[in-house]
Each structure stands twice: as C-alpha cells, then as structure tokens.
Write a protein that binds this ligand. Structure first.
Ligand code: NAD
Length: 328
C-alpha cells in the first residue's frame, strides 16, 4: 500500500475562490503539515491568500502555508487542480471546456513531472471531462487521477433529504452519479436512511414521498450551483468541504465511499471516459468502483450523462488536433 510522505504536503493549483477556500478548510481540519498555493496567472493573489490563510494557523494547527511554483508539487500527497475560467455570458459549455482543457492539460503534465507518485484531484469544470483530460496528459495510473465528480451533488441531495425528513443528513445514504452538473443522476432506488427504505421513512415521518416530492428535491439539487452563483458569483464553501473530505480519505487511507470521477472501464457498458460513481477512496486515490443495481430509467440516465461527457472529451481532443483516446 502507498505510504503518505511526511511532512504531509497538499498542493493547490489555482488560488481563486475554490482553491483558497479549500486551503483554509484544509488548515482547519489539521490534515496537512504543508499547504502550497500555486497560481502562475495570479501570483499576487496566491501570495495574498496564502498569507491570509497562514494568519489563521495560530488558531488552528501549526502548518506551513506559502505561495509557490509548480515545482512545489514535488512530494505532495495530493495536488488539487482548481485553476480555470468561469463560463462567460453567451459562451457555450463546449468553448468553456476547450479553454479549461488547455489549462488542465498543461498543469496535469507539469504536476506529474514533478510528482509522479502523488494523487491528482481535478476540480476544474466540466470536471468529469477535465479528469479524463488530466489522466491522459499526466500519464499517471488509473486511480491516481480522480475528479471531485458528484461528491458535492451527493452532499446537496443528502442535505435536502435530511431537511425533508428532519433527519441528520449524515444518516441519509443516497448517491448522485454520472456527470457533475446538469446531467447528474440521483439514484433514488438505492436511497436509504439508516438502512431503511427512503419511502418507508417518509411515511414514518409523515412527509411527502413519491414522484412529485422527489422531483422537487432533485430540481433543488440540480439548481443549487446556479442559485448560489446568481447571488454571490461563485460557489466555494460546499465544494471546499467536499475536497477536504476527499483529501482526508486519501491522507488517512480511510477507504471511504465517495462519488468521485474515474474512468468507467466498462462499468454499466459506459463509454471509457471519467464518470462519477461510488468509489472506494484511500491512500492510492480511487481503489475500486462499486456497482449499484440501478433501475432501467436510472441506467438510461447514467448512459446519457456519460455520453455527454464523452462528447465533451471528444470535442476538446479534436480542438487539440488529437484523436480522442480511451481513458485509463
Ligand atoms: P476563480 O476564477 O475564482 O479562480 C480560478 C483561478 O485559476 C484564478 O486564481 C486564476 O488565476 C487561476 N488560473 C491559473 N492558471 C490559469 C490559466 N492558465 N487561465 C486562467 N486561470 C488560471 O474560479 P473558482 O470559483 O475558484 O473556480 C475554479 C474552478 O472550479 C472552475 O472551473 C469552477 O467551475 C470549478 N468548480 C468546480 C466544482 C466541482 O464540484 N467540481 C465546484 C465549484 C467550482
């Protein structure tokens, strides 16, 4: 089993809203001895954010926090890529994907050169396609490159179900799979609360269940990012917490099941691109993908979701002049 180098270093590429908030949340959790923020496009921002987060360390844990260069990824247990641009008004998702693919491709190759043994965690959107791009560009092994995938969508679903039932969301076991964002697929058929069937718990708690109630919860889960961005311009706290959870599972070697993005490798006869599925996450990154007994409509939705990811991967590969290659 892979050992985590000591002192434990986490490198963050991209010191924007997500990168810097994640750095702060990571400090509070006390998981890393060293946190380096890297942002070649906005080095001043990386420096300012690193100084600000570092000021919190006397209230949290002794942690070395600095603004560095890509060479500082060397020896990091996990490198998290959050660099990228946001969608501009009128810009298509395909154009956004092409711009971010060029950024992710370059950083993934650079990170792998400096740190061939660490785990690479991709956050830049569209995250499932960007994870495929990073895997290809880095040449790293299956499992070593993972995407934040639908970990945040899953948290949102659990939060909403917890609120609906007046139950602790940590006792709600429900996964969102497929593509992070518009094409995300909530797996209603396998949702349980403390091991009990979701509909039965709804009846027991005297709350609505069945198609209408779940359609509304699904709509709120899907609209969550848009609703936040409309009000404050970006999302950061939820995603930063999701990233801390993923990085914690890796550094502590927990074997936690999280819906990260990894190559489908034939699961559900999906195209061989990165797609989010419940996956055991430990020291090496993704260790194995679990198979859910999906209902036919869930399987169809998952295949549609994976086809969208495949189209995006193909379009960014064509723009790059390369033939789309199968994900490892
Ligand atoms: P932001 O604009 O605040 O920060 C992006 C950072 O990337 C900036 O500091 C910028 O300087 C940096 N960067 C580094 N190299 C760059 C380059 N070559 N070109 C452009 N920028 C470069 O954005 P953010 O809100 O932090 O979001 C970062 C990414 O994370 C976006 O792609 C966003 O969509 C994504 N995101 C993903 C999830 C998820 O669950 N996967 C959730 C939220 C946001």
């Amino acid at each position: 089993m892979r050992t985590i180098p000591s002192p434990v270093r986490v490198a963050i590429v991209g010191a924007g809203h997500v990168g810097s908030t994640f750095g702060y949340a990571l400090l509070l959790r006390g998981l890393a001895n060293e946190i380096v923020l890297i942002d070649p496009v906005s080095p001043d921002r990386a420096e300012g954010e690193a100084m600000d987060v570092s000021n919190a360390s006397p209230f949290a844990q002794p942690t070395r926090i600095w603004a560095g260069t890509i060479a500082d990824c060397a020896g990091a247990a996990v490198t998290v890529i959050t660099a990228g641009v946001a969608q501009k008004p009128g810009e298509s998702r395909a154009d956004l994907a092409r711009t971010n693919a060029a950024i992710v491709r370059q950083f993934a190759a650079d990170v792998a050169r400096h740190n061939p043994d660490g785990v690479l965690l991709v956050v830049t959107n569209p995250v499932d396609a960007m994870t495929s791009v990073a895997l290809e560009a880095s040449g790293l092994a299956w499992g070593q490159v993972i995407g934040a995938g639908t970990v945040l969508d899953t948290a949102r679903l659990r939060e909403l179900l917890g609120e609906h039932l007046a139950v602790d969301p940590r006792s709600v076991h429900a996964y969102v799979i497929g593509e992070h964002g518009d094409g995300a697929v909530p797996v209603w058929s396998q949702a349980t609360v403390g091991g009990s069937d979701l509909a039965a718990v709804c009846v027991g708690r005297g709350v609505a269940h069945g198609a209408d109630a779940f359609v509304e919860i699904e709509r709120r889960m899907r609209d969550a990012a848009g609703s936040i961005i409309e009000r404050i311009g970006s999302t950061q706290f939820g995603v930063a917490s999701a990233l801390v959870r993923i990085v914690e599972a890796i550094i502590r070697g927990e074997g936690t099941v999280l819906s990260v993005s990894t190559p489908a490798r034939g699961a559900y006869q999906l195209p061989d691109v990165c797609v989010s599925l419940p996956t055991i996450v430990g020291r090496s990154g993704a260790e194995s993908v679990l198979h859910l007994p999906l209902e036919p409509d869930e399987l169809r939705a998952l295949r549609r979701s994976a086809a969208t990811i495949q189209e995006t991967v193909a379009s960014v590969a064509e723009a790059d002049g390369a033939a789309p290659t199968a994900a490892r």
